[in-house]
Write a protein of this length. Structure first.
Lengths: 353, 570
C-alpha cells in the first residue's frame, strides 16, 4: 500500500514533467521578443493558435494574468493605479464601467477598428474603454419540466408574479453575482425606479429564491441539475452550452432562454490600455487584435459571447441554439453609474430583510 | 559560556527569519491596503464611525460570533470522542480512515455544497427516501440555506483539526496517571474530569482556537450553504469591497475582525500559560489495544460511525456521482444511456477547443503538489524555531508578545489581505506580481499558525530535566535537539506537516492574487468547469474533485509514514 501510494505520487509528478513545453522557440536572427501583459477576469479564454498568430506577427510574448471575477479584477487594477500590473485590462462590463471610468484607470485609444463596431456599443465617447463582446442575461427554463407540469414559459417579467409561477424562480444575489446584478438592472430598465421594487416585493411573495451566485443557482437549484426550480437567471447562451457540452449528443436543447421584450439585460465587455502601461504601443496592437475578425470569430465558442465587430462570421453551432432578445431592457450608463450601489442596497432591504 | 551567544540573543536569532517573514508578507501588505483604503475616505470619519456602529454591523458581528461558537462546540463534540478512539485503539483501516477525515479540509465550498445537496437537498437521497417511505408529496427535510447547514459544513471541514491535534497529544499522555486515579477510587467520570481533561487542556484549547478562527472568518460556507440572508464579517467585507466599493468601511470592518482575533488569541495565550504543564513524554508507538470489550466496541463503533456519516458520506456521494451519468431520465432529448461511465475522466485529458489555458489533470496535480511541498517546507522551517522559543521561554517578553500575534493571519480578512498582496508586491522594490512564489507564501501565512500550535504543546511537554540530564551527560545543544526533542515531537511535526499540506492543497487563494491561468491548481481547475453550463462541465468538475480527494488522502498517508527520527521503545 505504502509503495503504491508513493508510486502514485511519483507518477503524477512524472506525467506532469512529460507535458510538452508550450513556449515556442523564436527563429534565429530575430531580436528578443518583448512581453505584453494582459490582465483579465477568470472567465477569459482564447485559442492557442489565435494568440500565437499575434505573437508571431508582432515578435511579442503575451502573458496573461487572471485576478478573480470581473469585480475583483477591476478592484485590483484600481488599487494599483499608477503602477499597473499589466498593459491591458479586459473584462470591465457595462455594470462596472462607471467605476473604471471614475477611477480613470484607462488611457484613451481610438482604434481604427472601431469603424467596424456598431456605435450602440461604444459607451465611452472618449475611447478609454473599447467594446469587445456582448451577451445577454436572460431567464432560462427547463423545457421538459414546464411541459410535464403544463406550465407555459413566462412571456414577460410580469408573468412571474402569477400564481402558476409560485416557487418556480431562482435568482442570484446582485450584491455577489454579476448575472444577478444584470437581472436586477433588467427589472430597473423595464419597471423604472422605484417601480422595480414593487416587482421584487411581488416576486418575494410568490416564493422567489435567492442564492449567492450563478454556480449555486444553476447546479444546485435549477431542475435541469439537482434542484427544484425550473426557472433560473442565466445567460442567453446557456442552452447552447447545454447542447455543446452534453454528455450524449442531444437532438434539441434541454433548456431554453426567455427572449421576450425587456426581460433580458445586455452585458457589454470592454478592453482598455492601462494608464502607465510600460508597453503602450504593443497594447494598442493588442486592442486592435481583440477587435479584429480573427479574435472576434474565435471568441464566441470560447466564452459564449457575441462579437461586436459586424464583419465577424458566426459559427454554425453557435447560431443554431442561441437565443437573441430583440429588445433587451436598457439602463443608461449614466443611470447605472449614479444609482448602482443604491439599487443594490434597496434591493437587499426589500428582498432579503 | 565564553564565546557562546547569551540565551536571549540565541532566541532573537531563532526568531529573526520568522519575524521577517511575518513583517514582510503579513504586516506590510496589510498596512499598505489599510492605508490606501483609509486614504479614500472622503465622507469624514464620523460617517465611517456611524456605519461601523450601525445596527447592521453589530448584528453581523453578533452572528459571526454566535455561529463560530456553536460550530466550535459541535466540532469538539464530534472530534473529542473521535480523538479518544484514534489515540487509544487499534482497528482495521485506521490509518486510511484517519487520512480520509482530513480530506474535507481541502474541498472547495461549491463542491461541498453539491455533495450536501445530493444527500440532504430537496431532491437528495434522504428526502427522496423519506418521501417514498412515508408517502409524502413534499421533501420533509429543509437543510440548505439554514443555520444548520452552516454548522454542519463547519463541522465537516474542521473536525480533522480536533482529531489530529487532540488525538496526537492524547496518545502521548501517560496512561499511568489516569490509572492511578482509578486505583485511588475515582470513577471514570471523575478521572476524565479531574485528571485527563486538565492534562489535555492545552491541546484542546489550541484546537478550539484554530477551529473558532476558521469559523469566525468563514466565507464560502456562509455564502453558498447559508445563503444570502446570513452574513459574517468576512462576507460583509467582501460585499463592501466588491459590490459597493466602500473601501474605508471594508478596511474598518477588517480592523474590527483583526482586533477581535487579537483579543481572542491574547486571552488564549494567558489561559494556555496557566493550564499547560510539562509532562513526561510518552513515546507514541506502543501497541494499542483493539476494540475488544462490548463497551469499547459500542462507543468506538458509534463514534466512528457518526464521523463516517458526517465526514465521509458526502465525499462518497461526490465520488459516486463522478462515475455515474448525470443526465436525468428525459426520453425526448436523444438517447440517454444510464449507468456507470469514465467519460468525465477521459474528457479531462482532452482539449477539444484548443484553449490556451487548458491544463491536463496531471499538470494541475503537479502544480498543486509543488505549491503544497513548498508550503510544507517553508512553514515547518519558519514554525519550528518559533515553537521552540515559545515552548522553552514562554515567559520571555518577546515570546509573550509574539504568541498572540502569530495567530493573526488566520483571523485576517482574506479579501483585504489578497488586495494587500497585489498592492504591496506589484511595485518596486518588491515587484513580484504574478510570481508563482507568492502563492506558497500566502499559503504559508495560513499554515504557519497551525504548525506553531501543533508543535508548541508537544515541545512544551518535554520535561526540562530530560534535556538537563542529557546536557549533564555531555550532549551538545545540537545533540539534545536531535536526540531528545526531535524524537519526542516527531509525531507532532508530522501533524504539522499534514496541516500545511492540506491547507495548501485546498486553498483557493490563488484567485485572490494575480495568477497565471496556464498553471491552475486543482481547486482553480474545478471552479473553471463549474462556472459553465452543461453536463460535461459539471461531470468534469466532479471528476477533478474526486482526484483532489484521492490526492489529498494519498499525500497525507505518505507524510504520516515518513519517519523523521526513529522513536525507540522505552
Amino acid at each position: 500500500m505504502k509503495k503504491i501510494l508513493a508510486l502514485l505520487i511519483l507518477l503524477g509528478v512524472l506525467a506532469a514533467a512529460c507535458a510538452p513545453k508550450t513556449a515556442p522557440q523564436p527563429p534565429a536572427g530575430t531580436p528578443e521578443p518583448r512581453t505584453l501583459t494582459v490582465m483579465t477576469h477568470d472567465s477569459f479564454d482564447v485559442s492557442e493558435e489565435v494568440v500565437q498568430s499575434f505573437e508571431q506577427a508582432n515578435n511579442v510574448t503575451v502573458t496573461f494574468l487572471q485576478a478573480g471575477d470581473a469585480g475583483a479584477a477591476l478592484n485590483k487594477v484600481i488599487l494599483s493605479k499608477g503602477n499597473p500590473p499589466a498593459d491591458v485590462f479586459y473584462g470591465v462590463d457595462n455594470t462596472f464601467l462607471s467605476r473604471a471610468l471614475a477611477e480613470d484607470i484607462f488611457q484613451p485609444y481610438e482604434s481604427p477598428l472601431l469603424a467596424q463596431v456598431d456605435d450602440a456599443f461604444e459607451l465611452d465617447p472618449q475611447h478609454r474603454a473599447l467594446p469587445v463582446d456582448y451577451g445577454d442575461v436572460c431567464l432560462n427554463y427547463d423545457v421538459a419540466w414546464l411541459e410535464e407540469h403544463g406550465v407555459q414559459p413566462p412571456a414577460s417579467l410580469e408573468d412571474l408574479l402569477k400564481p402558476e409561477y409560485e416557487d418556480l424562480l431562482v435568482v442570484e444575489n446582485p450584491a455577489t453575482s454579476s448575472p444577478g446584478l444584470a437581472f436586477l438592472l433588467a427589472t430597473v430598465g423595464h419597471f423604472g425606479d422605484p417601480g422595480y421594487l414593487d416587482f421584487w416585493r411581488g416576486l418575494r411573495k410568490n416564493g422567489l429564491k435567492v442564492v449567492d451566485g450563478w454556480e449555486t443557482a444553476y447546479y444546485t437549484e435549477f431542475t435541469r441539475w439537482d434542484g427544484t426550480r425550473p426557472i433560473v437567471v442565466s445567460y442567453g447562451s446557456s442552452p447552447a452550452f447545454e447542447v455543446i457540452y452534453a454528455e450524449e449528443p442531444l437532438d434539441s436543447p434541454p433548456t431554453a432562454a426567455v427572449t421576450a421584450s425587456e426581460t433580458c439585460f445586455r452585458q457589454i465587455e470592454f478592453v482598455g490600455i492601462l494608464r502607465g502601461a510600460p508597453h503602450a504601443d504593443l497594447a494598442q496592437k493588442w486592442v486592435d487584435f481583440m477587435l479584429g475578425t480573427q479574435f472576434q470569430e474565435d471568441m464566441p465558442l470560447k466564452m459564449f459571447v457575441f462579437p461586436v465587430n459586424a464583419q465577424a462570421q458566426l459559427d454554425e453551432t453557435f447560431v443554431q441554439y442561441l437565443a437573441v432578445p430583440e429588445k433587451p431592457a436598457f439602463v443608461t450608463p449614466e443611470d447605472i453609474a449614479a444609482h448602482r450601489e443604491a439599487w443594490i442596497e434597496a434591493w437587499t432591504e426589500t428582498v432579503l430583510r | 559560556m565564553g564565546g557562546r551567544l547569551a540565551p536571549g540573543w540565541r532566541f532573537a536569532l531563532l526568531l529573526f527569519f520568522p519575524l521577517t517573514f511575518l513583517l514582510l508578507f503579513y504586516a506590510w501588505p496589510l498596512a499598505r491596503i489599510l492605508a490606501l483604503s483609509f486614504a479614500r475616505l472622503d465622507g469624514g470619519t464620523r460617517s465611517l464611525a456611524a456605519a461601523l456602529l450601525s445596527a447592521r454591523t453589530l448584528r453581523v458581528l453578533g452572528f459571526t460570533f454566535g455561529q463560530a461558537a456553536l460550530s466550535t462546540l459541535l466540532t469538539l463534540a464530534l472530534g473529542m470522542p473521535g480523538a479518544y478512539v484514534f489515540s487509544h485503539y487499534e482497528f482495521r483501516g485506521k490509518e486510511l480512515f484517519r487520512a480520509l477525515t482530513g480530506v474535507p479540509f481541502v474541498m472547495p465550498t461549491l463542491v461541498v455544497a453539491a455533495a450536501f445537496n445530493a444527500l440532504l437537498g430537496p431532491r437528495g437521497w434522504l428526502n427522496l427516501g423519506l418521501m417514498t417511505l412515508l408517502r409524502l408529496d413534499a421533501p420533509p427535510i429543509h437543510f440548505l440555506n439554514t443555520l444548520g447547514a452552516i454548522l454542519a459544513a463547519h463541522v465537516f471541514y474542521n473536525t480533522t483539526i480536533v482529531l489530529r491535534m487532540v488525538g496526537d497529544f492524547w496518545g502521548r499522555l501517560n496512561p499511568r496517571l489516569a490509572a492511578a486515579a482509578r486505583t485511588l477510587g475515582a470513577s471514570r467520570r471523575e478521572t476524565l474530569r479531574r485528571v485527563t481533561l486538565p492534562l489535555l487542556s492545552p491541546a484542546v484549547l489550541a484546537a478550539s482556537l484554530l477551529v473558532f478562527l476558521f469559523d469566525f472568518t468563514s466565507f464560502g460556507v456562509v455564502l453558498v450553504l447559508g445563503g444570502p440572508q446570513f452574513a459574517t464579517l468576512e462576507v460583509e467585507i467582501y460585499y463592501q469591497t466588491t459590490a459597493l466599493f466602500n473601501l474605508p468601511l471594508a478596511a474598518a470592518l477588517s480592523l474590527v475582525q483583526l482586533l477581535t482575533t487579537l483579543g481572542l488569541t491574547a486571552s488564549y495565550t494567558r489561559l494556555a500559560a496557566r493550564l499547560s504543564r510539562p509532562l513526561e513524554g510518552q513515546p507514541p508507538r506502543r501497541r494499542l489495544p483493539s476494540l475488544r470489550s462490548w463497551r469499547a466496541r459500542l462507543w468506538g463503533g458509534l463514534t466512528l460511525g457518526v464521523i463516517a456519516l458526517w465526514l465521509l458520506l458526502p465525499l462518497g456521494a461526490l465520488a459516486a456521482r463522478s462515475v455515474v451519468r448525470l443526465e436525468r431520465d428525459r426520453g425526448q432529448f436523444g438517447q440517454v444511456q444510464r449507468g456507470l461511465t469514465l467519460d468525465f475522466y477521459r474528457a479531462l485529458n482532452e482539449n477539444p477547443r484548443r484553449s490556451l489555458f487548458y491544463a491536463p489533470p496531471a499538470a494541475a496535480i503537479a502544480v498543486s503538489l509543488g505549491y503544497a511541498a513548498a508550503t510544507v517546507a517553508l512553514s515547518l522551517a519558519l514554525g519550528l524555531p518559533v515553537s521552540w522559543v515559545l515552548a522553552n521561554r514562554p515567559q520571555a517578553p518577546l515570546a509573550r508578545l509574539l504568541d498572540p500575534l502569530l495567530m493573526l493571519p488566520l483571523g485576517t480578512s482574506a479579501v483585504t489581505l489578497g488586495l494587500g498582496f497585489v498592492v504591496a508586491f506589484s511595485a518596486p522594490p518588491l515587484d513580484w506580481r504574478a510570481s508563482p512564489l507568492l502563492i506558497p507564501l500566502a499559503h504559508t501565512l495560513v499554515a504557519f499558525p497551525f504548525v506553531v500550535r501543533s508543535l508548541t504543546p508537544a515541545l512544551h511537554s518535554i520535561r526540562p530535566r530530560l534535556r538537563q540530564a542529557a546536557a549533564v551527560l555531555g550532549a551538545s545543544p545540537r545533540q539534545v535537539v536531535m536526540h531528545i526533542d526531535l524524537p519526542l515531537v516527531g509525531r507532532a511535526l508530522l501533524v504539522a506537516a499534514v496541516f500545511a499540506f492540506t491547507i495548501s492543497l485546498g486553498e483557493f487563494g490563488a484567485t485572490s492574487l494575480l495568477s497565471r491561468p496556464e498553471y491552475p491548481t486543482l481547486p482553480v481547475a474545478i471552479y473553471r468547469f463549474l462556472s459553465r453550463p452543461g453536463g460535461m462541465n459539471y461531470g468534469q468538475a466532479l471528476a477533478l474533485s474526486t482526484i483532489l480527494m484521492l490526492l489529498t488522502a494519498a499525500g497525507m498517508l505518505f507524510i504520516e509514514r515518513l519517519r523523521i527520527a526513529e522513536v525507540s521503545e522505552f
